[in-house]
Write a protein that binds this ligand. Structure first.
Ligand SMILES: [Zn+2]
Ligand SMILES: [Zn+2]
Length: 221
């Protein structure tokens, strides 16, 4: 079968071009109309928005809001987790004995307070700790061997205080929880306690249990 295209007359070509032109023209008109309609809708939304803002402004004068308050970071959750994490570290000969106390009702006392949850860290893994089974952080001392020097530090992390980190720190602290005002960053061991607390705080924000969490290697480096 021959594939030679059918001869097309000049008149046919003109007609086809004409049809095509009309279609293009109509499409262009339609786009213009749609655009105009959209513009009207957008202007309406902007006008409504401005009206709302003006109404809001009439109640609270802008000048009453202190500058520092305006710049405070906005929490990511409407209700931040009210959990306080205290981390205590005893360092003996480069070995860290880490105890974590988690308080889920930091502002409650007596019957209203939930019992604190006790954890320890073994091989970077967070495990529950039985408060009755107190491990001896000074085994060599009690076994009569020469006493070794120990360093002790503790630091607490308030999970709900997370802010957008605006700077980097050289220590183990997480600037989202322990910025300038919360830590002097002078005590390496305390910054480590802060870093562990912050790592667990992030887990809590994700809604995950802290038990079984393997802490990142660089917190212990
Ligand atoms: Zn620090
Ligand atoms: Zn710190």
């Amino acid at each position: 079968m021959s594939s030679t295209p059918q001869a097309i007359t000049f008149e046919q070509l003109v007609k086809e071009c004409g049809d095509l032109y009309s279609t293009l023209q109509a499409t262009a008109e339609k786009v213009k109309e749609d655009f105009a309609a959209m513009q009207v809708a957008v202007e309406k939304i902007i006008a409504e928005q401005e009206e709302k803002e003006n109404q809001g402004d009439s109640g609270i004068p802008q000048g009453d809001v202190p500058e520092e308050k305006k710049e405070k970071a906005v929490p990511l959750w409407p209700m931040a987790p009210m959990v306080q994490i205290a981390v205590a570290i005893v360092e003996i000969e480069r070995t860290h004995h880490i105890t974590i106390v988690m308080d889920t009702t930091p502002y409650e006392f007596g019957n209203r307070a939930a019992p604190n949850q006790l954890f320890q860290v073994k091989n970077r893994t967070v495990m529950r700790k039985n408060p009755l089974e107190e491990e001896d952080p000074f085994p060599s001392a009690s076994s009569g061997k020469p006493k070794k020097s120990a360093k002790i530090a503790s630091g607490s992390t308030q999970v709900w205080t997370r802010q957008t980190a605006t700077r980097r720190l050289r220590c183990k602290c997480n600037p989202a929880y322990h910025g300038d005002t919360r830590c002097q960053h002078h005590d390496k061991l305390m910054c480590m306690a802060h870093g562990i607390g912050a790592a667990l705080a992030e887990i809590i924000w994700q809604g995950q249990p802290v038990e079984g969490v393997v802490l990142p290697d660089d917190l212990f480096a």
